[in-house]
Design a protein. Structure first.
Length: 303
């Protein structure tokens, strides 16, 4: 490859990710944000656009002066949306913690397994992806309902005297999220543990650490990048989850994904829906940006 071709290739490697980010994140976000500043109307689409790109720069600048934050003020005044955000963050946080507690031993066992078995274990982890996500959630309805497989099994072995009410509760949502997103937690943790030098753990024990202390001081700390990546991969989509709360949580479940769907489809209030989505995005993205800055600073100080 010539020097010119190498330079072009290096530029493409940098440009392509930014182009992907612009077309599939920034532009859709700009459209949603633009709708959130509009007003509801009986029309198709059901809102009055603040400005139209076809009007040119003069039309855009004149439309900017008509921006309204009424939809955002409305969200702060209605307890429904505040409770929905709070419930979503709580359910996602508890589900992420439960997923981590289950996934870490699985990933640790995979990393400690003989090398000839790791590929098989890895395939078993990703095997659920071969089935439709919706079908797997519907399967949990058959398992968790009062006359379902779980209650029939517990009644059969005499653990309970009457069926447990799990379906249409938050417990069912926790189970559905943990089951559905478990591979997303296992894979990054396994990747971090599989690359670790296990002789460091032995050295820590030789220096006087107990096995448990050596695990926390060496193994867990070295696997933290995988743990953080897994928690983000689970927590972020769980906050905006719609299918699992709708099918397993029932009509009384309050999560921002369901609230957003109701505003968009049932109430046909696109501006408020767009404002809900914009705030949700900021709630998730801003902390991640601060975390990445802190991580980069820590890495720079470490060097």
């Amino acid at each position: 490859m010539t020097k010119f071709g190498s330079a072009v290739f290096n530029r493409l490697v940098i440009i392509i990710p930014y182009a992907w980010l612009m077309f599939f994140f920034l532009i859709p976000f700009f459209i949603v944000f633009r709708i959130s500043l509009s007003q509801t109307a009986v029309a198709m689409p059901p809102y009055l656009p603040v400005f139209d790109l076809a009007d040119g720069l003069s039309g855009i600048f004149s439309g900017i002066r008509e921006f309204s934050i009424d939809n955002y003020l409305w969200l702060t005044q209605d307890a429904l949306y505040i409770n929905a955000y709070g419930a979503s963050l709580w359910i996602a946080g508890v589900s992420t913690l439960c997923t981590l507690l289950i996934a870490y031993p699985i990933a640790y066992g995979m990393a400690q397994a003989p090398s000839n078995l790791r590929a098989t274990l890895l395939m078993l982890v990703i095997l659920p992806f071969w089935t439709s996500f919706l079908i797997r959630v519907y399967a949990w309805i058959a398992i968790l309902k009062p006359e379902g497989l779980l209650n029939q099994f517990l009644l059969g072995i005499g653990v309970i005297d009457q069926p447990l009410i799990i379906l249409n509760t938050n417990w069912a949502i926790y189970i559905g999220i943990v089951y559905s997103y478990l591979p997303f937690m296992v894979l990054p943790i396994y990747s971090a543990l599989e690359k670790m030098d296990h002789s460091l753990n032995e050295a820590a024990q030789d220096l006087g650490c107990t096995p448990i202390s050596a695990f926390w001081q060496v193994t867990f700390r070295l696997s933290l990048p995988g743990v953080i990546a897994g928690c983000m991969l689970v927590f972020i989509p769980a906050v905006g989850e719609f299918v699992i709360p709708d099918l397993l949580g029932g009509s009384e479940t309050l999560m921002i994904g369901k609230t957003l769907w109701n505003e968009f489809n049932a109430n046909r209030d696109w501006p408020v829906s767009a404002a809900v989505a914009t705030i949700l995005l900021l709630i998730l993205v801003v902390p991640i940006m601060f975390f990445q800055q802190a991580q980069a600073k820590a890495d720079g100080e470490g060097r």
